[in-house]
Design a protein around this ligand. Sequence first.
Ligand SMILES: C[C@H](O)[C@H](O)[C@@H](O)[C@@H](O)C(=O)O
Ligand SMILES: [Mg+2]
Length: 392
Amino acid sequence: MSMPTIRHVRAFTVRGGGADYHDQAEGHWIDDHVSTPLARYPEYRQSRRSFGLDVLGTLVVEIEASDGTVGFAVTTGGEIGAFIVEKHLVRFLEGQWVTDIEKMWDLMYFGTQFYGRKGIVLNTISCVDLALWDLLGKVRKEPVFQLLGGPVRDELQFYATGARPDLAQKMGFIGGKMPLQHGPAEGEEGLRKNLDRLADMRNRVGDDFWLMYDCWMSLDLRYATRFAHLAQESGLKWIEEALSPDDYWGYAELRRKMPPAMWVTTGEHEATRWGFRMLLEMGCCDMIQPDVGWCGGITELIKISALADAHDALVVPHGSSVYSYHFVVTRHNSPFAEFLMMAPKADEIVPMFTPLLLDEPLPVNGRMKVPDTPGFGVRLNPACTLHRPYEH
Ligand SMILES: C[C@H](O)[C@H](O)[C@@H](O)[C@@H](O)C(=O)O
Ligand SMILES: [Mg+2]
């Protein structure tokens, strides 16, 4: 079968939800007094949008092959990402065989290493990589999970992230992860509120349902250590992203001081095999949570996951819709997945990247059989207006 080459690459931006899922209207649980590193400044304590968490918006990358097939993907990236694609990465893509994904990743990463390595550049490379896998799946008429070696389980099971673990339990999820709302700057009163909320949820869900807190990089080692021990009484299963992603030493120390059976997890703001090698070899966490739209894409997540497997660490990607589902179903050390409850009150199941993707699969009773539609199996919603800020 003669393979097509890449003919056109186009980068667009979209506002209002989508892959930049923090880009939500007022009153959404995801922006309601969530603890962050900036919470030490009262003016930035109530809303993460106040300090710009929604500043980037969504990046959409479309890649058209010489046979007319079009692959696409979305991530957090906006105009900056569109610039990097159209003004830099395109030169490594147009004219290449659609099959040469490894080579294109190598060119993109090392071709941007002088200004990239993590953050928006890796978000952008991830988006291109995901679009390449979508394109290859469509050309080969196979779902991405088949290109990755096939499923190791019939269906996925999910925990839910949102403000209402009690409702998530009723919907069939295996656990509920809440955003921590009060950090060190709010002292003993804030600590007590964090613990009371956890205890209240534990009373509502009983003893067997997983309860977790996501601390979104907002704590210091002393607070995190003390909080973990106090939260043991309510059966906290893991404490997520307690510290700055750069504080590998703090994570290693926290993990050494944790109560037995409670996990330290992190990784959604880490990127590449080298960043995760540091987390794993320094013994920072029990489970890594790379976001496949931020860590380097599927091509890099394959490498990260193998590294984690050799360290007996779980890999449960940060919620990223179909892009993580197709990966998780093919890995034995990814026994469950994250589903972000994007309904404003976390009281109903809506597509994670709503309204941007059509055919986005949803968990039913906390489980999902990944559809075997070619590529990632989703379409762009034509009702969402795409903007192309740069052309090459
Ligand atoms: C819920 C958390 O505060 C973040 O908004 C979320 O994106 C991420 O950290 C997660 O693990 O889902
Ligand atoms: Mg998180």
